[in-house]
Ligand binder design. Structure first.
Ligand SMILES: C[S@@+](CC[C@H](N)C(=O)[O-])C[C@H]1O[C@@H](n2cnc3c(N)ncnc32)[C@H](O)[C@@H]1O
Length: 358
């Protein structure tokens, strides 16, 4: 998998040492600040945040879906739409943001302020999945935010492992409507099949159960081919009422207005866990990202941040973000996992600093 950024803005190669803490906001929330005198444009994306409700005819979102599955160790399998589907069907899809044709035309992973990369699964998401598998985090009854979710695999994992609620946020409407939401539905579908099998085949091992699931789906497909019509169960299924789906909410928009929207709620949400993977590539977004984490993390909550060391051509990376966080003085940062081979990657955890009793 290649992870180069092909910007339609001028590339710049700020080294991590181009920034010192003094340039970073002096602890004040100032969204207009450009910590590295970043030439990446626009410095201030403003895409008004909004909530997306799942449509009641959810099956339409999955017509012609060709899902892929990622399985990491003992974690539940995660189903998602492969990014190539968007390249192939860009012209047929409704896309008010026009990002599908633009990204396909420019072969861009990212167009700053227009499309922030959510249509594919980025490498560090897989690192974070592996870390969760290793550490055994189970998410039982937790409130989870997948911030900058893209395909939403991290949030979906939390959902399947018993989170109480999972909120998904992505910059782009198109990503939420055409990728994140369908991906959650794909995973609900599988749950339906599994729960039926649970009834019939109690005591069977997981592998046997999975085989049974596959067989059942195949039988339905055969039936479908014979009838020339979807089987009744599939046709009638309204996954918007599925128990997993009812735990989810979906938001698009930039972090500034997303935070404002969240704070308007009474009570405003506080998350036990916030995932954010491959979201610190642009230093211009650090103030908004930091404020969002600061205001929405529960007092004893944990932010899992997965990132590359450095994003060539964009300028951000872990070193700059850690400096920024240190300057703000709100969070402590722990390195949870460092991958040294190739382009270095990391998973770090952010927690609120302990307030010392005077
Ligand atoms: C490179 S993609 C990573 C997607 C996904 N987390 C993954 O690891 O596959 C970066 C994501 O960060 C989010 N993002 C970046 N800058 C943002 C901003 N200023 N406001 C809101 N979201 C932003 C976008 O939603 C985008 O999907």
């Amino acid at each position: 998998m290649s992870f180069s950024f092909n910007f339609d803005v001028h590339a710049q190669t700020a080294s991590p040492d181009d920034v010192d803490g003094s340039e970073l906001q002096n602890g004040k929330p100032d969204y207009a600040a450009k910590p590295t005198e970043d030439k990446t444009k626009p410095a201030e994306p403003v895409k008004e945040a909004k909530e997306h409700l799942p449509p009641s005819d959810t099956h339409l979102l999955l017509v012609d879906a060709v899902p892929e599955t990622v399985t990491v160790g003992t974690l539940p399998p995660l189903h998602f739409l492969n990014e190539t589907v968007f390249e192939k069907t860009a012209l047929e899809r409704e896309d008010g943001e026009n990002i599908l044709s633009r990204t396909a035309g420019q072969r861009s992973d990212l167009i700053s302020g227009v499309y922030e990369g959510g249509l594919k699964v980025w490498e560090c998401t897989y690192d974070l999945l592996e870390l969760i598998e290793k550490d055994g985090e189970t998410f039982g009854r937790k409130r989870v935010l997948d911030l900058g979710c893209g395909a939403g695999l991290l949030g979906i994992l939390a959902l399947k492992r018993g989170a109480r609620q999972v909120h998904f946020q992505d910059y782009n409407t198109t990503v939420i409507e055409q990728l994140t939401l369908p991906n959650v539905l794909l995973n609900c579908q599988e749950e339906d099949v599994e729960s039926e099998d649970d009834e019939k085949g109690k005591g069977k091992g997981k592998t046997q159960k999975e085989d049974d699931c596959k067989k059942k789906v195949k039988d339905e497909e055969k039936q479908e081919a014979r009838d020339g019509d979807p089987p009744p169960k599939k046709r009638a299924l309204d996954l918007s009422q599925h128990s997993l789906m009812t735990k989810c909410r979906f938001f698009s928009g930039d972090w500034i207005t997303f935070l404002a929207l969240a704070l308007k709620e009474d009570p405003s949400p506080k998350y036990d866990i916030i995932f954010t993977s491959e979201t610190i590539y642009n230093t211009a977004y650090y103030p908004a990202l930091h404020d969002t984490l600061h205001r929405l993390l529960a007092p004893d909550g944990l932010v899992y941040l997965a990132t590359k060391s450095h994003y060539f051509g964009v300028g951000g990376g872990l070193h700059l973000f850690e400096k920024f966080v240190e300057q703000r003085g709100v969070f402590s940062v722990d390195h949870l996992w460092d991958v040294e081979e190739g382009l270095q990657r990391h998973v770090v955890g952010l927690r609120f600093k302990m307030v010392k009793a005077s």
